[in-house]
Ligand binder design. Structure first.
Ligand code: DP6
Length: 327
């Protein structure tokens, strides 16, 4: 039996991926650029057991069934095909952040699974090759193999490193807002947007310009340029969803109140910008010296449950840490 453990951090897109160039191959229609976050980790253990008749997967203590199980099996199937084996696996995975709160856990989850699964099946793949494996399951996961700033081009199969985290030290104040009604998943939400929203095409055609501005902001350490383009990327993505029929609405009154608080902070001289994904939470990007003030401010907004203040995380890596030891 071979037992391998890997750790990967989740990432927040500063320039968003929303829409697919190919649904069959899961290729993104828009170029995206993200910051991998140290404070949002998944540890995954994969044990290949010749006695198993199928894959068994446990996430945060719960045995997966149906579609969530199928997505894990499909990734393992791709690795098994590459390794020329048909052996099954026992997978135990845990997030050190609240999955139920609707934070993107598929990114770190599929990245950690790709690395641990590949090694357990005897494959020694590069981060780029693992990124391709993870991307086929969830495109945002392609970026989580890389620490710091990573990009996934439009139509791209593998993410690439843009800059290490210490190139431009930033803080992300992940602001968890009270949960609203159960939201539609990102895969379904983006497909619905692509097929029904008249704003989808303009979003896709404008996204490279926003990606370029975000990338330049990172490379030139220009926080104003980065933050401005980051907010516009999030808002344009949400505008495309709002114009879908029926509308896809992830933003709640608390989301809007946090956005207003960030704008207010900025007006008073604190450099801070927001971004939102397929959920009601707000991620506020700021410079490390302002992170405590930003967190205190958004925690005062009614409806905010808590914040996680974090910065750039490392590449996905093998680890000795037991996922069962996570709280
Ligand atoms: C809003 O990567 O979850 O977080 O490829 O269908 O699994 P699939 O979608 P997913 O979409 C993430 C969308 C986003 C923006 C982003 O992370 O770029």
């Amino acid at each position: 039996m071979t037992r391998i453990r890997a750790v990967a951090c989740s990432n927040i897109a500063l320039a968003k991926y929303w829409g697919k160039a190919s649904v069959a191959e899961n290729l993104p229609a828009t170029p995206s650029l993200s910051l991998t976050l140290a404070g949002l980790r998944t540890i995954t253990e994969v044990e290949i057991d010749p006695d198993l008749g199928r894959d068994h997967v446990q996430l945060d203590g719960v045995e997966l069934t149906e579609r969530p199980l199928e997505r894990v099996v499909q990734l393992l199937d791709r690795l098994r095909a590459r390794a020329g084996t048909s052996r099954f696996a026992r997978v135990v995975s845990r997030n050190d952040f609240p999955t139920a709160a609707g934070l993107a856990s598929s990114a770190s989850g599929f990245a950690a699974l790709a690395l641990a699964g590949a090694r357990a099946l005897g494959l020694d793949l590069s981060l780029e090759a693992l990124s391709d494996v993870a991307r086929a399951s969830s495109a945002s996961a392609a970026r989580s193999l890389f620490g710091g700033f990573a990009a996934l081009p439009a139509g791209g199969r593998t993410a690439e490193r843009v800059a290490p985290g210490d190139h431009f030290p930033l803080s992300m104040v992940v602001t968890l807002t009270a949960k609203g009604p159960k939201a539609i998943g990102s895969t379904q939400g983006m497909q619905h947007t692509a097929t029904t929203s008249p704003y989808y095409a303009p979003w896709v055609s404008h996204s490279p310009a926003l990606f370029d501005a975000v990338k330049r902001g990172v490379l030139e350490r220009d926080f104003e340029r980065l933050g401005t383009a980051m907010e516009q990327s999030a808002l344009m993505m949400h505008a495309s969803m709002l114009a879908a029929s029926p509308a896809v609405i992830y933003l709640t009154p608390t989301t809007l109140a946090v956005m207003a608080a960030v704008r207010e902070l900025r007006a008073r001289g604190t450099p801070a910008f927001y971004t939102m994904d397929a959920g009601p939470h707000v991620k506020v990007l700021t410079l490390p010296e302002h992170a405590a003030r930003v967190a205190a401010c958004v925690e005062g907004v009614p409806g905010v449950e808590r914040t996680i203040v974090t910065g750039a995380g490392p590449d996905a890596a093998l680890t000795d840490e037991d996922p069962r030891s996570l709280p």
